[in-house]
Write a protein that binds this ligand. Structure first.
Ligand SMILES: Cc1cc2nc3c(=O)[nH]c(=O)nc-3n(C[C@H](O)[C@H](O)[C@H](O)COP(=O)(O)OP(=O)(O)OC[C@H]3O[C@@H](n4cnc5c(N)ncnc54)[C@H](O)[C@@H]3O)c2cc1C
Length: 406
């Protein structure tokens, strides 16, 4: 009997999972592979902020699904509305459903609003191609309506990867277009990029300030209406465009799924298996445990155990972690089908790169003796990471086309 394997989501986790499953199971005629996502392309979300300044980047950061899959893989475009792990069915918005024997959930995350009054209603978010285009349009319209004396007020809430790079991109657009815009980056913590290395935080702050981004840390948004942000301090800030990048939460599609989860993000073990042994999950959609059990380790886990024996409990919600986990997924599904013990995956932190307009800052890059650096080396490294990913899921032709725009 054919084993139906279904992968949900075409982000980094889903694309890496498909790639590794095709590699492991490609010639297995007893297996059928179906990939479901709401768009018929893979979107490089970690580059999405660049669309705010330059719409032509769109071609380079959206990869059509047919460029990724082999002929044997079925692709279904559809919005997943629910997952029934008892019936082993996926509900789709068009009132149809798809059955599975093994399921891999890679639905990513959505923006969290933390119950802040009026925030969801009034703020723009950045989680998709449409979101990036909407921000771009709103920024341009606000700049058109503004004057040198009364510049457009653009507020970005949340100074993590999304907020920092969005604020940097808007500031770079302002310089290029000579547009009358004030850019603010608002963060509730004491520092931008909370939880990261101090030297790295300082280098990013300097770059943002060089680009005239007004950084407000220790600043908590408590309510929002259609033109004003109210702060916990009692102060108010007027805005023309408000972008919220303050955190992530799980997708609604997981709301009814009978799986252990927190805010719709599903818990998995280090094998990427959930509580249900027919369901795997990875990427932002999952809280992927990093354990230290005695078991076969993946190559990356062995390396991580050497370089960082105190690795934390859960992998971070990043593109890098989703890609790494997706690479291991194929092997674990193949092992499961053969009745073998699954390997344990551990996230390997290969370093972090953050862009501020055309510049980049790198930190903790594996094999590089300098902790934090910027300049052409960091910029080239950032391009190389996207190029390596495009080469893996598509091929060298796409990389050649994309390189000059990256
Ligand atoms: C502006 C920005 C900059 C970032 N910069 C970095 C960075 O520099 N480095 C880094 O490592 N990370 C970065 N990140 C984070 C990174 O993009 C995410 O961690 C990563 O995308 C997670 O991958 P994923 O596969 O889990 O989810 P996603 O990439 O979000 O993919 C989810 C997929 O599921 C599909 N989907 C969602 N819901 C449904 C549904 N109901 N039905 C059907 N399909 C659905 C989506 O269309 C998508 O294909 C950045 C994020 C943003 C927004």
């Amino acid at each position: 009997m054919t084993v139906e394997i279904v992968v949900l989501g075409a982000g980094y986790g889903g694309a890496a999972a498909i790639d590794s499953l095709e590699g492991e199971l490609g010639d297995n005629e007893d297996v059928s592979l179906t990939w479901i996502s709401n768009e018929d392309y893979h979107f490089l979300l970690h580059e999405s902020h660049r669309l705010i300044r330059e719409a032509s980047v769109r071609e380079e950061i959206t990869v059509p699904i047919e460029e990724i899959i082999t002929e044997e893989t079925n692709f279904v475009q559809g919005e997943v509305t629910d997952i029934d792990v008892d019936d082993r069915t996926i509900g789709l918005a068009a009132d149809s459903s798809i059955e599975y024997d093994l399921l891999v959930v890679c639905l990513g995350s959505k923006t969290a609003f933390f119950g802040i009054d009026g925030l969801e209603e009034h703020a723009l978010t950045l989680k998709s191609l449409e979101d990036a285009m909407a921000i771009s349009e709103r920024i341009r319209a606000a700049a058109d309506d503004a004057t040198e004396g009364e510049p457009a007020q653009v507020l970005v809430g949340g100074a993590g990867l999304t907020g920092i790079q969005t604020a940097g991109e808007i500031a770079a657009y302002r310089s290029e277009a000579d547009a009358p815009i004030d850019v603010y980056l608002i963060e509730r913590s004491e520092t931008i990029f909370p939880g990261h290395d101090h030297e790295f935080q300082g280098a990013i702050r300097n770059k943002l300030e060089d680009h005239d981004v007004d950084i407000r840390t220790n600043t908590v948004i408590s309510a929002v209406d259609d033109s004003t942000v109210e702060l916990e301090s009692g102060d108010e800030m007027d805005y023309d465009v408000l972008i919220w990048a303050g955190g992530i939460t799980g997708q609604d599609a997981l709301g009814l799924a009978d799986l252990p989860k927190d805010h719709n993000r599903v818990y998995t073990g280090a094998t990427l298996e959930t509580d249900d042994d027919r369901v795997f999950a990875l990427g932002d959609t999952a809280l992927m445990d990093q354990d230290e059990q005695e078991s076969p380790l993946s190559e990356e886990a062995i390396w991580e155990a050497i370089v960082d024996p105190d690795v934390g409990n859960q992998a971070p919600p990043t593109a890098e972690a989703a890609m790494e986990a997706g690479e291991v997924l194929g092997e674990n599904v193949a092992r499961k089908l053969r009745g073998e013990e699954l390997i344990h995956w551990t996230y390997t932190d290969k370093g972090t790169l953050v862009s501020v307009g055309d510049e980049a800052i790198a930190h903790g890059v594996l094999g590089v003796p300098i902790n934090t650096f910027s300049g052409p080396a960091a910029r080239t490294l950032k391009k190389a990471i996207s190029a390596r990913w495009l080469a893996k899921i598509s091929g060298p032709r796409r990389v050649l086309r994309a390189w000059s725009d990256m």
